[in-house]
Write a protein that binds this ligand. Structure first.
Ligand SMILES: [Zn+2]
Length: 118
């Protein structure tokens, strides 16, 4: 499968609605878009778009959706932060007084997921 085909295949699954670019194809259990890339690996759709339009995401950092739309693949809505910072930001958005153990277990899930889809 060539690179041009990969490009068309990807953007055929994206709906440009307002400033968010919404992924309309496969999702993982956490609600993030996933895409089978030209190397036949599953990759986060938002990560693929970032890689193609901006460049390789910084090593060891994790994609934070500034718009809080998990299916959004617009690189302008992304910021790469440390995994801990990402979880802390998410935790701050949710109910205050949430047990730390939940935040930690969420971090562990996310780290496992990152390994799967990297
Ligand atoms: Zn967005």
């Amino acid at each position: 499968m060539g690179k041009a085909r990969e490009w068309d295949r990807f953007w055929g699954k994206v709906e440009l609605s307002g400033s968010c670019w919404l992924w309309t194809a496969a999702k993982n259990d956490s609600g993030y878009g996933v895409f089978r890339n030209a190397e036949q690996n599953l990759e986060y759709a938002h990560r693929w778009a970032y890689r193609k339009l901006v460049g390789p995401p910084p090593d060891g950092l994790t994609h934070d959706h500034l718009c809080h739309v998990r299916l959004c693949v617009n690189p302008d809505h992304a910021e790469y932060v440390t995994p801990v910072e990402n979880v802390m930001r998410a935790a701050r958005l949710r109910t205050k007084g949430r047990p730390m153990s939940e935040t930690v277990s969420e971090y562990n899930d996310m780290a496992a997921e990152q390994r799967t889809y990297r």
